[in-house]
Design a protein around this ligand. Structure first.
Ligand SMILES: COc1cc(O)cc(C/C=C(\C)CC/C=C(\C)CC/C=C(\C)CC/C=C(\C)CC/C=C(\C)CC/C=C(\C)CC/C=C(\C)CC/C=C(\C)CC/C=C(\C)CCC=C(C)C)c1O
Ligand SMILES: C[S@@+](CC[C@H](N)C(=O)[O-])C[C@H]1O[C@@H](n2cnc3c(N)ncnc32)[C@H](O)[C@@H]1O
Length: 327
């Protein structure tokens, strides 16, 4: 069932993200004439203008999307190098673990929301390709009368090295997708990969379409997390899996002290030195603190209709992988 559309005071023009050429959430960029000033709405509705957080700042809900957009527009070009520097490469291990947990089989249709510069998508493609090759080799070895040369020939003839797997990277930010597409070209990823501009809160896909939905370090930035979770549930096929990799709550007071020190004293400095952007990295560490802990987020996933919801904390709870199923 499709989730109902929300209506905000500064309502989106309704273009939808699948074809909009401008970001409706960035103030001043939306070309639609359907945007209206607050005064155009009845007073009773104006009073209900909800507030949310943007890091430690309190902002009207309608402003958060634009601010988040600007953060990722600013950091897009330095995003990958920043992640390696800030995490000393640990983010790569966390992302690998997400794919191992998914254990996708050839033929899997994956939707990677807030996919940014494609790290999850590329790992998925590597994994399914390796799985498919292993499967082929096993099948061919079973035909014992074939020589190794014949096996090699058959193996080379195979047209789809992914065994029908597909990954759709969906992100709200044009600049992040641009960097991702360039990376894909440079690294030779072409087959089985598509890029779509879209909002996690209003996904431009039909119901029951994907086997797996992933969101890595993305959901923390979404204004209405409950809405994004409902959308995840809607687009998954029955039996489909939801997987989320996100910062979480550190479970050890000693680690927590150093973690805070490193987060607040080192990360923004690195942001300034490497990306020339202190504020975006200040937002990163603040947004981590505002995100629900492992148990609270588990409940939110259950509230969206997912079943068998579990989580695994990694690196003392610095991040967690949550999993759930649509039945
Ligand atoms: C704008 O929004 C964003 C921008 C982005 O570029 C990325 C994201 C989303 C994030 C990712 C895709 C993941 C990659 C990014 C990060 C991991 C950065 C966020 C980092 C933190 C929240 C801090 C925690 C970092 C780590 C666990 C990575 C490893 C770092 C260290 C071990 C620190 C080493 C640092 C030094 C030696 C420098 C000196 C340190 C100090 C003066 C402070 C004292 C610190 C320590 C003694 C060590 C720190 C200890 C810990 C952090 C605990 C680790 C515990 C265990 C391993 C058990 C995005 O949204
Ligand atoms: C920290 S990056 C994560 C990128 C990638 N998943 C990774 O693990 O490296 C967060 C991404 O979330 C995207 N994002 C933020 N709000 C979004 C929304 N409402 N819908 C879709 N993507 C969103 C940003 O544009 C950004 O690319």
């Amino acid at each position: 069932m499709a989730a109902p559309r929300r209506r905000s005071l500064w309502s989106c023009c309704g273009h939808g993200w699948s074809w909009a050429t401008r970001c409706c959430r960035v103030p001043g960029l939306c070309s639609s004439r359907t945007w209206g000033p607050l005064g155009a709405w009845p007073l009773s509705q104006q009073k209900r203008a909800a507030e949310t957080h943007f890091g430690f700042e309190t902002v009207p809900e309608e402003e958060k999307g634009g601010k988040v957009y600007q953060v990722f527009e600013n950091v897009a070009k330095k995003y990958d190098v920043m992640n390696d520097m800030m995490s000393l490469g640990i983010h790569r291990v966390w992302k690998d673990l997400l794919i191992w947990k998914m254990h996708p089989l050839p033929g899997t249709q994956l939707l990677d929301v807030a996919g940014g510069t494609g790290d999850i998508a590329f790992r998925f493609l590597n994994y399914v390709q390796a799985q498919h090759q292993r499967k082929q080799k096993r099948q061919l070895r079973a035909q014992q009368n074939l020589s190794w040369e014949e096996i090699a020939k058959k193996y080379q003839k195979e047209e789809d090295p992914l065994g029908g797997s597909l990954v759709m990277v969906c992100d709200i930010n044009r600049e992040m997708l641009k960097v991702g597409k360039q990376k894909a070209m440079d690294q030779g990823y072409r087959a089985g990969l598509s890029w779509v501009l879209g909002d996690a809160e209003e996904l431009p896909f039909d119901d029951d379409k994907f086997d797996v939905y992933t969101i890595a370090f993305g959901i923390r930035n979404v204004t209405h997390i409950d809405q994004a979770l409902q959308e995840a549930h809607r687009v998954l096929k029955p039996g489909g899996q939801f997987l989320c990799l996100e910062f979480s709550q550190v479970d050890n007071p000693f680690v927590s002290r150093f973690y805070d020190l490193y987060s607040f004293q080192v990360i923004p400095v690195l942001g300034e030195v490497i990306a020339g952007d202190w504020k975006s990295y200040q937002y990163l560490v603040e947004s981590i603190r505002k995100f629900p802990n492992q148990e609270e987020f588990k409940e939110m996933i259950e509230d969206a209709g997912f079943q068998k919801v579990t989580y695994e904390s990694l690196t003392k709870g610095i991040v967690a992988i949550h999993s759930g199923f649509k039945f």
